[in-house]
Design a protein around this ligand. Structure first.
Ligand SMILES: [Zn+2]
Length: 161
């Protein structure tokens, strides 16, 4: 998948790290470290600039690695412009249910910031979503009849404008 998975054990549990230090220890760009915050790595409360406990870095990287290993693309939505399955920004997605058997999972591509869509079966939502934070929105039938929702639900998966 081309994702890099830094070794969590490079972080010493009882140390705290600034963004610069994390970037140096894991040999990643500072922007990558900032992405980690967006993906759920928690800095120590009230510290500016941000400081992260080694323990938290390990937890975050371990979880991230486990997620990447998950088969069948759970928690990922394919981004057409990027030509790759992506974990939506913030690990968040919205599920627009259009009936008992059809729903559209939508999120934002973390790399190109476009909306990305995946057609899902609501019954299998938990398997498809992995550990994404999913907000389920029930589409109201009346609205659906009059105006097409601005997401395409065709089976080609072509959800991009
Ligand atoms: Zn993209």
């Amino acid at each position: 998948m081309g994702l890099r998975h830094p070794n969590p054990k490079l972080a010493k549990i009882h140390r705290s790290y600034s963004v610069e230090e994390i970037a140096r220890v894991f040999k990643v760009h500072k922007n990558t470290v900032r992405n980690w915050f967006e993906q759920g790595m928690e800095p120590i409360d009230g510290q500016r600039p941000a400081v992260v406990r080694g323990h938290e870095i390990r937890r975050f990287l371990d979880e991230r690695r486990a997620r990447a290993k998950r088969p069948s693309g759970a928690g990922r939505i394919y981004c057409l412009p990027c030509r790759a399955p992506k974990v939506p920004a913030g690990n968040m997605a919205e599920c627009l249910a259009a009936g008992d058997t059809t729903a559209t999972l939508q999120g934002i591509c973390p790399d190109c910031n476009r909306m990305i869509y995946r057609k899902v079966n609501p019954q299998k939502l938990s398997a498809v979503c992995g550990d994404l934070d999913v907000t389920v929105t029930q589409a109201r039938p009346r609205i659906e009849e009059t105006t097409k929702p601005n997401v395409k639900c065709d089976s080609t998966g072509d959800g991009h404008p």
